[in-house]
Design a protein around this ligand. Sequence first.
Ligand code: FAD
Length: 464
Amino acid sequence: MAQYDVIIIGAGPGGYVSAIRCAQLGLKTAIVEGRETLGGTCLNVGCIPSKALLHATHMLHEAEHNFADMGLKGKSPSVDWTQMKSYKTDVVGQNTGGIEFLMKKNKIDWLKGWASIPAAGQVKVGDDTHETKNIVIASGSVPSSLPGVEVDNDKGIVVDSTGALDLPKVPKKMTVIGAGVIGLELGSVYARLGAEVTVVEYMDAICPGMDADVQRTFKRILEKQGLKFIMGAAVQGVDATKTKAKVRYLPKKGGDEEVVDADVVLVATGRKPFAEGLGLDALGVKLTERGQIAVDGKWATNVPGIYAIGDVIEGPMLAHKAEDEGMAVADVLAGNHGHVNYGVIPGVVYTTPEVATVGATEAALKAEGRKIKTGKFMFMGNARAKAVHQGDGFVKIIVDKETDRVLGAAIIGPAAGDMIHELCVAMEFGASAQDIALTCHAHPTYSEAVREAALACGDGAIHS
Ligand code: FAD
């Protein structure tokens, strides 16, 4: 008889959330984690430590750039990097400890160690083989590599995001390879700490997948904050010594190889699914062309009883997408429906200002031939944003021209990552821009800019 109804492999946001929901639904559940602490990439070396450093350095930026203007005068703070890192470690510890508490509270067994799957219905951890009716693989992802670039987080010269969260000292010059979310967030952290940050990107625009107006405005704001960009640059390699590195790149438009010098190079060219050591080959678990575990609409692999969720399957590599799949697959295992609306998964960049998007872009809808309208409202017209020195940016809502139904949105502005959820809820409920425009919004809030953008889809915004 099976010891467990379900064993989940990996205790990131996909795995631990799934474990809690499985337990809540009455399934006897265990979770396997090879790291010392629970929470996966997100809590240990991803979302949470990066946000702690973004918060601390945002405070520094405010003190250096905006305090005097608000009449807050006096000695500006100096950076104690060791203390800032220990604050970050403390934040991580509180959160990973919280997950451990939740495992105990929900009577979920934590099987410590690295798991493999000898056969469907069996999970091996160390010398023990556990029997289970179902297995959910939530083994996540790791930073992807770049040909010609050798990352060594211990040496601290050419690092990936994990190394960049724990550099021994703040570099004078940092080169970031890749203008995606992780590169821009961590680049912002070091720019605020005084590093000269240059971002080298292969594409001609930052944050691939966003609308061009969002990309342009975001880049302009980051440039104002001191980040430099080299766009259309194909990195050929990185030459590192014990103290410095040179990034060599070829301009895509043609010309000779060029070089950027740095004390630290952060390679932030994306992440790849991680399923090493599980024994998927021998089991015959099918992968996609991009090396993700292939699943059907119910997160089932081709091997009965084995499911997969989160970064290891296709879709945006985001913690909340993994969490939603974790809850949904638990429902499936408990005999319920289990559903994720992949059309309404917000994406957020936690810089200052934040950038948040949801749904379809204007460009994608136009390419499909959809008839659309857009409503845009600049934060310059929002009293609250101006009061906090964040009048840059805008809210943009994209609606169906005939029905006025919200199809997508983008926000560059204060608390964009929180505000985007009003638009997510609108999309989930099939709301129109007029529904948002007719909803009373408190004054003075940043959210008034969402209402104004909704008004701009119709008769016009008031404060523009
Ligand atoms: P993971 O979090 O990667 O967890 C997988 C876990 O499985 C790991 O702990 C691993 O040790 C374990 N594991 C793997 N194989 C085995 C095995 N065989 N046996 C036992 N254990 C195993 N996303 C956001 O939504 N918002 C953000 O702000 C954000 N910021 C990020 C910042 C950085 C710097 C990085 C790197 C990522 C960030 N992400 C963010 C992405 C987010 O961390 C991932 O999308 C998310 O962690 C994926 O969750 P997961 O559960 O699929 O996998």
